[in-house]
Design a protein around this ligand. Sequence first.
Ligand SMILES: Nc1ncnc2c1ncn2[C@@H]1O[C@H](COP(=O)(O)OP(=O)(O)OP(=O)(O)O)[C@@H](O)[C@H]1O
Ligand SMILES: [Mg+2]
Length: 267
Amino acid sequence: MSPVLEMKNIHKSFEIGTVNENHVLKGIDLTIHEGDFITIIGGNGAGKSTLMNSIAGSFPVDQGKISLEGKDITNEPTMKRAKYIGRVFQDPRMGTASRLTIEENMAVAWKRGKKRGFGIGVKDEQRHSFQEALKRLDLGLENRMKMEIGLLSGGQRQAVTLLMASLVTPKLLLLDEHTAALDPKTSQMVLDLTKKIVEEEKLTTLMITHNMEQAIQYGNRLIMLNEGNIVVDIAGEEKQHLTIPDLLELFHKNSGTILNEDALILS
Ligand SMILES: Nc1ncnc2c1ncn2[C@@H]1O[C@H](COP(=O)(O)OP(=O)(O)OP(=O)(O)O)[C@@H](O)[C@H]1O
Ligand SMILES: [Mg+2]
């Protein structure tokens, strides 16, 4: 069977031809298998978000090939990829429409990937299934479905965005520091929910985090980026037994650079 996603020799630069030219991704090779839950870690500017944006098609890459289940999607526009790629961003305001109600936002997510129906009307049977989905969050939002989503707290909104991203099972779920803007308790709630949804729906997932403990604790595979290269890629048993000092040592060995753990965790 083809891997879910395959990236071959991906290069991406910004501001080409100017003094600010920045070669961000320097030949990324990455194969993601069905059911992989990958945590991605690396310093500021290492290229983590750029890697994710390349997968989502936010911009064209300069070189290389991206395939999804064996199909070449390198030149496919982002709107088309959004039908099978779910995303949650760091900013709780992204990914949902503030002025629409919770149920209207869910209806929009439900229609993703479907050929017909552009309206945001909510049918009774849909409302029931949205209500059931919201109950899983355990935040009482199933009783507030007609409330504008912009009135929710950041954590509540991230929880609903996560639910929406998985409402129509995505082939790939991309999480770009989706708990970083939340207070520690709310962040943990959203992380627990992430784990639950990913495991129950068996979602193939990429999760960027700045927190090494989280990167070790969650998922079956861990990738570390440094200056546009993958310098650590470990999975399975090896990852399970990993400690933060092991990770720092691996990083040092493979990149020749010393990583300041505090900078990574606190940034
Ligand atoms: N659209 C863009 N236009 C110009 N430069 C960009 C763009 N997107 C990213 N960059 C630059 O590419 C580099 C890598 O950015 P990226 O956002 O991928 O880093 P990151 O690893 O996600 O960092 P952080 O941990 O701070 O989120 C940075 O120097 C950034 O300024
Ligand atoms: Mg980033």
